[in-house]
Structures are given as structure tokens and as C-alpha cells.
Design a protein around this ligand. Structure first.
Ligand SMILES: *[C@@H]1O[C@H](CO)[C@@H](O)[C@H](O)[C@H]1NC(C)=O
Ligand SMILES: *[C@@H]1O[C@H](CO)[C@@H](O)[C@H](O)[C@H]1NC(C)=O
Ligand SMILES: *[C@@H]1O[C@H](CO)[C@@H](O)[C@H](O)[C@H]1NC(C)=O
Ligand SMILES: *[C@@H]1O[C@H](CO)[C@@H](O)[C@H](O)[C@H]1NC(C)=O
Ligand SMILES: *[C@@H]1O[C@H](CO)[C@@H](O)[C@H](O)[C@H]1NC(C)=O
Length: 338
């Protein structure tokens, strides 16, 4: 019996060995692709002339071409990003390889994780809100009673992204979007649901100008969660792109005001009521897997809803699968539970 079983054992062992080698090769290939994007922390710290200054200050040596730039905002006031957020940044550097990726942080103090300085296309910038809003059309909202004293972070984030787009143009992404492919060939775009989690505008876009104008004139209400986000954008689309009963198609509305409205699924392939499952193991993920690998541009993990769910690195969760593939460098340094 033992003798007869040996060939089977050999086959199984060879298969195992083969998969290991194959897996390692896959990993190596992946790391090789990222070689040009991410250097080791020490090399980067030693060799890159990175200055963390406000971009318009005269001493700033790095000039950003915003045409294909991607930017994120972190306005909680923390000086560093979470592992999951850094994953989103690495994925953007990878999907938009060769183009600038900018992270604006209100709490940045110049000592964030070394690895974050490790790409020559990565720019981490202190976001100074006074500088961004004072003496602009948005100053009235910024100075409004209840905004200056204790605005919800969502409102600061809503206002900041529009101010930054107006200043420079570019692609704004919520920092819980893991890019899986390039979004740069979508032109100027936003999602069909007219939310503000994904927005790409040229700084001279008429629709952006409309949003900016409406935002500056808004009557600030601290308790209205979507006031400075989806509500303003929907209003602008309605007014400028005539998205009304007679122009019933969003595609047509897009043509009128020069923007592509893309399927929500492209950036949020998993519906919100399933978000929590992204992080847990042993659930049937196949329906999402196909959608994600075939179609989606980004993987939205809804950070605000899921930030308190611990993720076990050894679980076969969808988030782990995506992170392993799209932010392989930072994923390696994720702790066992993150
Ligand atoms: C950015 O690059 C584009 C294409 O190369 C160019 O037309 C544009 O002038 C550049 N913008 C700046 C500010 O350098
Ligand atoms: C910046 O923040 C980090 C993390 O909280 C802290 O360790 C460091 O001392 C801070 N540095 C400065 C200059 O405030
Ligand atoms: C921006 O990206 C598009 C699409 O990938 C590309 O065709 C174009 O040359 C890029 N422009 C710049 C300035 O990098
Ligand atoms: C709807 O949009 C069209 C432009 O296509 C405009 O002529 C019409 O007045 C609009 N209707 C309303 C009710 O706003
Ligand atoms: C996964 O990791 C957690 C935390 O480190 C540990 O408690 C658990 O036993 C591990 N599960 C497996 C299947 O290895």
C-alpha cells in the first residue's frame, strides 16, 4: 500500500512546491513592477529632495503638473495615516504610475511614516485651512458660526476638495478608495449618483465653477450632513447641466456640461450594506470577486463605516485579497491584526 501511494504523494508534493514557487514569482514580479515607484525608506530619506512646503511657496523646488494628478485629503488632524489609508495611497501611485499623487493632511507635522516619502511621485502636504479658504469665495462658509468653532470633519473635507480642485484641478479620491486600474482615461468625471467621493475636473471646468459658486453662497447648517457635498453637486448639475424632467438622461446632462458620469459600480463594486463583510472571513465573495476583477477601477471600503472592524491578516477576506495585490509593499508591514 505504502509503495503504491508514493507516486500520489510525490504528485501532491510537487504541486505544493510548484504553487509556492509560482506564488513567489508572482510576488516578485509584483515587487519588481513597483521597484520604480517605491524605494526603501532609508534610500528615499537620504536621496530625495522632498520638501514639505505649501506648494505655492517660493522655495518649493518640486513643480507638480496637475493634469494627471490624484489627491487625497485627511482632515481628522492626525499626523499620520492608518494602514488602510496608506494602502489607498500606494495603490494610486501604482495605478497612476509616473503621475503625481498628493496627500493633504491638516495634522501633518513633518514626521509621518518614512515609507510615505519613498516615492518620487508622492507629495505629502500640510493642509492649512486658513490659507485655503481666507480671501476666497468660500470664506463666508469657513467663517460661518458653527463652522469655525466645531465643524464636522466631513464638512471640512467637502469644502477642501472643492477648493483644491478649483485651485489646481485633478482627480480627488476619498482616502478609502483603493485604485485597481488607472482612472486617467475617464476624462473629467464623477459618479452617476453625484456624490463627491470621486471627482475629476479641470480647474477651469464650468461645472466646477458652478459648484464652487453655490458652495460659497450656501447658508451653513452644521447639522446637515450632505449640505456641502452631494446636495450642492446635485444642485449644480441640475442648474448647469439641465438635469431635469426634460433632460432625463444623465449621459445627456454630462454632454451639456462637459463631464462623464460613470457607473457607481466602477468605484464602489460592493454595495454599502455588505461593507462589513469585506473584512471578515468565510463569506461567499465570488459575486464581488468577478465584479471587482473584471470591471471595477477602484475598491471602496467605506472607511468611516469600517474603521473599527479589526482585520485579521490571515483571514481570507476580500480586503486582504485586494490589499495584497494592490498595495503589496505596505501590506507586508501590516501587523497581524490591523
Ligand atoms: C502639464 O502637462 C501638459 C501635457 O504635457 C501640458 O500641456 C501642460 O502645459 C502642463 N502644465 C503645466 C502647468 O506645466
Ligand atoms: C508628530 O507626530 C508624531 C506622531 O504622533 C509624534 O511622534 C511626533 O513627535 C510629532 N512631531 C512633532 C514635531 O510634533
Ligand atoms: C495624462 O494621462 C493620459 C491618459 O493616461 C495621457 O494620455 C496623457 O499623456 C497624460 N498627460 C500628462 C501630462 O501626463
Ligand atoms: C430643463 O432643461 C432644458 C434644457 O435642456 C431647459 O430648456 C428647460 O427650461 C429646463 N426645465 C426646467 C423645468 O428647468
Ligand atoms: C489568525 O490570527 C489571529 C490573530 O493573530 C489568531 O488569533 C488566529 O488564531 C489566526 N488564525 C489562523 C487560522 O491562523
Amino acid at each position: 500500500m505504502l509503495i503504491k501511494r508514493q507516486p500520489i504523494l510525490t504528485v501532491i508534493l510537487s504541486l505544493l512546491l510548484f504553487s509556492c514557487v509560482y506564488y513567489n514569482q508572482f510576488q516578485e514580479q509584483y515587487s519588481a513592477d513597483l521597484k520604480n515607484i517605491l524605494y526603501s525608506a532609508e534610500a528615499a530619506a537620504a536621496s530625495l529632495p522632498i520638501k514639505f512646503q505649501n506648494e505655492d511657496s517660493p522655495g518649493n523646488t518640486r513643480v507638480i503638473n496637475y493634469t494627471n494628478a490624484t489627491f487625497f485629503i485627511e482632515v481628522s488632524g492626525r499626523p499620520d495615516l492608518s494602514f488602510r489609508q496608506i494602502c489607498a495611497v500606494e495603490a494610486a501611485l501604482s495605478a497612476h504610475s509616473g503621475n503625481p499623487v498628493i496627500v493633504y493632511m491638516t495634522g501633518y507635522n513633518g514626521t509621518s511614516s518614512h515609507w510615505m516619502k519613498a516615492s518620487e511621485n508622492l507629495y505629502i502636504k500640510k493642509l492649512n485651512l486658513d490659507e485655503l479658504f481666507l480671501n476666497t469665495h468660500l470664506e463666508k462658509v469657513y467663517r460661518a458660526k458653527n463652522f469655525r468653532t466645531k465643524p464636522p470633519v466631513e464638512h471640512i473635507a467637502d469644502l477642501s476638495r472643492i477648493a483644491l480642485l478649483k485651485k489646481h484641478g485633478g482627480l480627488y479620491l476619498d482616502i478609502d478608495m483603493i485604485l485597481m486600474k488607472s482612472a486617467l482615461d475617464l476624462g473629467s468625471f464623477m459618479l452617476k449618483n453625484q456624490g463627491n467621493g470621486v471627482l475629476r475636473f479641470d480647474k477651469n471646468s464650468p461645472l466646477l465653477a458652478k459648484i464652487y459658486q453655490l458652495l460659497g453662497n450656501v447658508k451653513y447648517n452644521r447639522g446637515d450632513y450632505t449640505l456641502l457635498g452631494a446636495k450642492i453637486i446635485k444642485k449644480a448639475v441640475k442648474e448647469l447641466c439641465y438635469f431635469n424632467d426634460s433632460v432625463s438622461s444623465i449621459k445627456k446632462a454630462g454632454e451639456i456640461c462637459g463631464i462623464n458620469f460613470v457607473d457607481n459600480d466602477l468605484f464602489s463594486p460592493v454595495p454599502w450594506f455588505e461593507f462589513k463583510k469585506l473584512f471578515t472571513k468565510n463569506i461567499d465573495l465570488n459575486k464581488f470577486r468577478t465584479k471587482i476583477t473584471k470591471k471595477a477601477v477602484a475598491f471602496h471600503f467605506a472607511g468611516h463605516m469600517t474603521k473599527n472592524i479589526p482585520v485579521f491578516k490571515n483571514a481570507s477576506s476580500l480586503f486582504n485579497t485586494v490589499a495584497r495585490k494592490y498595495c503589496p509593499v505596505i501590506y507586508q508591514s501590516f501587523p497581524d491584526v490591523y
